[in-house]
Design a binder for this molecule. Structure first.
Ligand code: UDX
Length: 447
């Protein structure tokens, strides 16, 4: 099939590459000329395992191409995906400017029937707004061209995006048009093997499904962080509690890991957007507001532990950070807990030495060169002259460190484990003080 994707960000690029991999002729459109020129050379602007070779392979095979020409994009595709960003507005609502600009451009150039697919995470009612914008542009041309707008949200996780896209656990298709549904079923047939993954519904339900999925996962995390905070106070170990409750299949082991708070491009933005949607419909979403508030507080938690350990005075201290990306296998720093921590440390007069396998460049992009930040090229280099080590992101490379070496390098041997990655007994037997998240045992011994 001939497919066009508008937007070559995470969702657009991964979807485009995976659709090309299945033999479709895919054209990706973006307004960023530098990005398109780079992609044509096989340079993929984001770090995502497996994506670059897939892009290069399909580009070389003539199945995947890139352009800045929106008219060419509209002419190419029988299915036109909108996969542009929906950044949060000041009030937390999703900014639909880019989505509606693509819709206008589709209306300006459309000549034959096409299915327009919203892949971006968009508030309930957006499919109708996209439809209206296309109609408006067609009317301005004085023409009538049939089209359908479908909501088909993406559920890919950064770091596993290619795999998630190639092997989706469900394919949500929100549409009130039998013609559009049939076309999308044909497009997704190769992804829909062995058992039925397509859940067809109306557009509004599809739009809400995406937000509900992310909000549910964010809720599990905030719930667990709350239990961790309680565990710290009552002298329980949340890691044992986690295993104890996860064994119940109704709860499950996934997404109940306490930590430094959730970050990334989706959860913080989507929970806020859903709160905003609820409020604009006259409903106060108390649970969702609490999910967000618990997460904000949790992002400050590591800093509070560090500050308490050093008696409230961090001036002149050097703190080593392992991990900067919001989670492993990505270079993404959006809403990363490491940023909240670094900013608090700088505010308290501390120096940060940090190592991350992929996110150094993103860190520089956010903070530039600054005297109180040293980015290191390997993990142990970050420890030189440091007073404490903080594990912020659970990259594999940090899983089994040499604790004796850490102890020898630190001025005051203390490790703050923001992901409960380590066995407190093993850390302590190497002569390091240990702080985890919600591990009452270790907290008690230092309080
Ligand atoms: C998420 C959803 O998982 C995905 O389905 C959706 O399409 C986009 O948003 P992503 O943002 O890539 O994907 O990251 P995810 O792996 O879900 O992690 C989000 C955040 O939650 C990370 O900061 C992670 O560290 C944190 N997290 C996750 C926890 O703190 N505890 C957990 O148990 C799980």
């Amino acid at each position: 099939m001939r497919i066009t994707l508008f937007g070559t960000g995470y969702v657009g690029l991964v979807t485009g590459a995976c659709l090309a991999e299945m033999g479709n002729h895919v054209l990706c459109v973006d307004i960023d000329a530098d990005k398109i020129a780079a992609l044509k050379q096989g340079v993929v602007p984001i770090f995502e395992p497996g994506l670059a070779p897939m892009v290069q392979r399909n580009h070389a095979a003539g199945l995947l191409d890139f352009t800045t020409d929106a008219a060419a994009g509209v002419a190419h595709g029988e299915v036109l995906f909108i996969a542009v960003g929906t950044p949060p507005d000041e009030d937390g609502s999703a900014d639909l400017r880019h989505v509606l600009a693509v819709a206008a451009s589709i209306g300006e150039h459309l000549r034959d029937y096409a299915v327009v697919v919203n892949k971006s995470t968009v508030p309930v009612g957006t499919a109708e707004r996209v439809c209206a914008r296309i109609d408006q542009a067609l009317a301005a041309r004085g023409v009538q061209v049939p089209f359908d707008v479908v909501s088909n949200p993406e559920f890919l996780k950064e770091g596993d995006a290619v795999d998630d896209c190639m092997r989706p656990d469900r394919i949500i298709i929100g549409s009130d048009s039998a013609r559009a549904l049939a076309l999308l079923k044909r497009l997704y047939a190769p992804f829909n093997r062995n058992h039925e993954r397509i859940v067809a519904m109306d557009t509004r339900s599809a739009e809400l499904t995406k937000y509900a999925a992310n909000a549910m996962l964010a809720t599990k995390i905030s719930f667990m962080n709350e239990i961790a905070n309680l565990a710290e106070r009552v002298g329980a170990d949340v890691e044992l509690v986690r295993q104890g409750i996860g064994a119940d299949p109704r709860i499950g082991y996934h997404f109940i890991y306490p930590g430094a708070g959730y970050g990334g491009s989706c959860f913080p933005k989507d929970v806020q957007a859903l709160v905003h949607t609820a409020e604009t419909h006259g409903y106060a979403p108390r649970l969702l507001q609490a999910v967000e508030a618990v997460n904000q507080a949790q992002k400050q938690h590591l800093f509070a532990l560090i500050q308490r350990h050093f008696g409230g005075d961090l001036r002149g201290k050097t703190i080593a950070l392992w991990g900067l990306a919001f989670k492993p296998n990505t270079d993404d720093m959006r809403a990363a807990p490491s940023r909240t921590l670094m900013e608090a440390l700088w505010g308290a007069g501390a120096h940060v030495r940090a190592y991350d396998p992929e996110a150094q460049r993103e860190t520089r992009r956010f903070y530039g060169e600054r005297a109180d930040l040293t980015l290191c090229v390997q993990p142990y280099e970050a420890l030189q002259g440091a007073d404490a080590l903080v594990l912020v992101t659970e990259w594999k490379v940090f899983r089994s460190p040499d604790f004796a070496r850490i102890r020898a390098a630190l001025a005051t041997p203390v490790l703050f484990d923001g992901r409960n990655l380590y066995d407190p007994a093993a850390v302590e037997s190497a002569g390091l003080a240990y702080y985890g998240i919600g591990r009452g045992r270790s907290v008690d011994s230092h309080a």
